[in-house]
Design a binder for this molecule. Structure first.
Ligand SMILES: O=C(CO)COP(=O)(O)O
Length: 281
């Protein structure tokens, strides 16, 4: 009797160890990172006062569980903040950009302090559409510094072009963008990074989960070399033609902690379906 119980214990220990080993080897899926999923809507230069109202109403009814952030154009920050309170909708606000100076003669710019007054907690920095209009790595770095020192969480966007990918420069480009943006910054505890391959933005051509995972792994490794184990707690989002159909596949990857969604975030139902996809993945 004693003998058979100890054999049973031995077998169950063996099974447990094997399962742990198999899960440990599945570096690309199924592992729980402990990082909460974060889904961010980048509305870009879209929406209207009318459409944001029904959006908030519908999203509230969808009862999603993840951390959700909406980044509207500047004029919609205040009305959106009011709508979020009115409907008791569990989302946070982000801006699409900020200036690195505190105040002054910078026509058309918005400061971190103004964003905080508008109830913003996050800010997108270095989106490829802004890099396209002349934003340099140096400007991006100053913006990241200003966001962190003001208490805003920067969502630093990085990504390679199609040409750079084709000639095998993806890793070099991404590493450089990350390191230049973080130059001279010591505290990165509030940082979020979004990997958005330029060729996937607005094209309907998403990176495969494996392609995205391999760049996310590279980003985490880059942060790890520079900052150590805090890299494990930095949320890494994927952006570029994220849709309800590809959300759970992307979410199943170990280093993909959420999404930065453009076009599909303009409709509350498709945005909610993406959030649910990430909750399943
Ligand atoms: O640029 C993006 C989010 O910042 C991605 O846009 P799409 O989801 O429309 O491809």
């Amino acid at each position: 009797m004693e003998y058979s119980r100890s054999i049973q214990m031995y077998i169950s220990q063996l099974v447990e160890e094997t399962v742990r080993e198999v899960l440990g080897n599945q570096s690309n899926s199924g592992e729980t990172s402990g990082r909460q999923k974060l889904i961010v809507a980048n509305w870009k230069m879209n929406m209207s006062l009318q459409t944001i109202t029904s959006f908030v109403e519908k999203l509230t009814l969808a009862h999603v569980r993840s951390d959700v952030v909406i980044c509207p154009s500047f004029p919609y920050l205040f009305p959106l903040s009011e709508l979020i309170q009115k409907f008791n909708c569990d989302v946070e606000l982000g801006a699409q950009d900020l200036h690195w100076n505190e105040s002054g003669a910078y026509t058309g710019e918005v400061s971190a302090k103004m964003l905080l007054e508008a109830d913003c907690h996050y800010v997108l920095i270095g989106h490829s559409e802004r890099r396209d209009s002349g934003e340099t790595d140096e400007m991006i770095s100053k913006k990241v510094k200003q966001a962190i020192s003001s208490g805003l969480k920067p969502i630093l966007c990085v990504g390679e072009s199609q040409g750079q990918r084709q000639i095998g420069k993806t890793a070099e480009v991404i590493r450089k963008q990350v390191l230049l943006a973080l130059e001279g910054i010591e505290d990165i505890s509030s940082l979020v990074i979004a990997y958005e391959p330029v060729w996937a933005i607005g094209t309907g051509l998403s990176a495969t989960p494996e392609q995205a995972q391999s760049v996310h792994q590279l980003i985490r490794k880059t942060i790890d070399v520079q900052y150590g184990s805090i890299s494990e707690s930095i949320p890494l989002l994927y952006g570029g033609s994220v849709k309800p159909e590809n959300a759970s596949g992307l979410s199943a990857m170990t280093d993909i902690d959420g999404a930065l969604v453009g076009g599909a975030s303009l409709d509350a139902e498709s945005f909610a379906a993406i959030i649910r996809g990430f909750e399943r993945g």
